[in-house]
Design a protein around this ligand. Structure first.
Ligand code: DOR
Length: 442
């Protein structure tokens, strides 16, 4: 019997401290060896000469809309998009229709993903004012990555906006809680200042810097008071990043690809297809986000993949839906940022693999090392390719990044030792399963 099921030969591995030319041996779905395996026997060998091998990249922030509207997205289509885009795991948000807020729906979702998911899936549980008493038990269920709190309203009906309820949520359990942080009171107070049909750029005027900052300040005060770890999702302002540098004891930080890539010119170019919560803002915030990537303030980069129908995106502002697709394009676009010299491949692996594994406590994911899941994102940093709308497999069928030329492209994704995507083709059947988390059962 050969020593390995699979050997990736001749590639450059992306390790936490830098890049190293080394082979990778896989046995029983796990990494078994890193080193010179030129003479090792393997059932299958893949020549990775000229390619970089990253640990399987994770998008820790996606909305796959299942249950919901299959004409927009399903778990099957969203995970297929993830795989074609070079990811090996996604963490799926709970603001579906209906939302995932109780044991019954969570159990249903866990069963539903088997045989349908093309990549591994972590499941968020939504907090509502009605399920606070159950959150402590819900967060410990198998494959749950975290409780998600919408402290400001967005798509769906999940909302926990007042300090008393937020404190009760924080006192309900012990795992890190993920927050959509925009101050609901300020959002509602400012809404009457705007009327239907105004230019889309008013989105960032309505949901302004203070909405985000006040929301995050309130959450940080409560997190420190209760001692409950927090993860602030999609931090979008220079001011919050500055604040969060002083709260490393209780909080970790996510920044979105969109906030690292787009500025307010997008409103004039894309109209409703630039509208998301929290909003895309001006250049100053984009620069602050990159500075926070460089100095280590940011733990995770995600896409906040949030598909909506074209009809919903094309309604006049602010009556349209907020949210942008991104699960299929995040890896190419981050590789393009690497090519432009904005971060290293090691830092990318940290932000999209080790970071999510650390923040959410994912077992077996996070780095290229013996014993870890044999999940790999294999990329060609010389490949140049333009993102085309026709490539998008989410049924809603659009991307705000159509026409963006990328240098660097994911050419293969390997899921627990088996090639699952190669050169734009998904291979085999949906083999994704629930991600295991250290503090959850199962
Ligand atoms: O723009 C957004 N869209 N932000 C969110 O927080 C939710 C998301 C969605 O589900 O559409």
């Amino acid at each position: 019997m050969p020593a390995f099921d699979l050997v990736l030969r001749g590639g450059t591995c992306v390790l936490p401290w830098g890049e190293e030319a080394t082979d990778v041996g896989v046995r029983a779905g796990r990494i078994a060896a890193l080193g010179d395996l030129r003479t090792a026997e393997a059932a299958e060998t893949i020549d990775c000469t000229g390619l970089h091998i990253l640990p399987g990249l994770i998008d820790a922030h996606v909305h796959l809309r299942d249950p919901g509207d299959p004409a927009v997205e399903t778990l099957e289509s969203g995970t297929r998009a993830a795989l074609l885009g070079g990811l090996t795991a996604v963490f799926d948000m709970p603001n579906t229709a209906p939302s995932i807020t109780d044991r019954e729906r969570l159990d249903w979702k866990r069963g539903y993903l088997e045989g349908r998911a093309w990549v591994d899936v972590g499941l968020y549980v939504g907090a509502s004012k009605k399920n606070i008493a159950e959150l402590a038990s819900l967060e410990l269920q198998p494959n749950v990555c975290a409780v998600k709190v919408f402290a400001g309203s967005s798509t769906g009906d999940l909302l926990v906006e007042d300090d008393a309820s937020l404190e009760a949520v924080m006192r309900s359990g012990r795992r890190r809680i993920c927050y959509h942080s925009e101050d609901e009171y300020r959002l509602q107070e400012r809404k009457p200042l705007f009327t239907s049909g105004m230019p889309h750029r008013n989105h960032m005027v309505w949901r302004d810097v203070d909405c985000a900052l006040i929301g995050t300040q309130r959450l940080m005060t409560l997190a420190r008071k209760t001692g409950r770890p927090a993860h602030i999702l999609h931090v979008s302002t220079a001011e919050e990043l500055e604040l969060l540098r002083d709260y490393r004891d209780v909080s970790t930080v996510e920044v979105l690809l969109n906030h690292l890539t787009q500025t307010d010119e997008a409103y004039d170019r894309l109209g409703g297809y630039a509208v998301m919560n929290p909003p895309i803002r001006d250049e100053r915030h984009l620069r602050a986000a990159w500075a926070a990537i460089a100095d280590g303030t940011v733990d995770v980069v995600g896409s906040d993949h949030a598909p909506h129908s074209r009809a919903a995106k094309e309604r006049p502002w602010p009556d349209g839906a907020a949210g942008l697709t991104g699960v299929q394009t995040i890896v190419p676009l981050m590789l393009d940022h690497v090519s432009a010299g904005r971060l290293s491949l090691s830092r990318l692996a940290d932000l999209m693999c080790a970071g999510p594994a650390r923040v959410y406590g994912a077992n077996g994911k996070g780095r290229l090392a013996a014993g870890y899941d044999a999940d790999f994102t294999v990329v060609d940093m010389k490949r140049q390719r333009t993102i085309e709308e026709g490539w998008i497999v989410s049924p809603c069928g659009w991307t705000p990044f159509a026409g963006h030329r990328c240098t660097g492209w994911p050419v293969m994704a390997i899921l627990r030792g088996a090639v699952a995507m190669r050169e734009d083709e998904v291979i085999g059947t949906p083999r994704g399963t629930g991600v295991r988390f250290a503090e959850a059962r199962g």
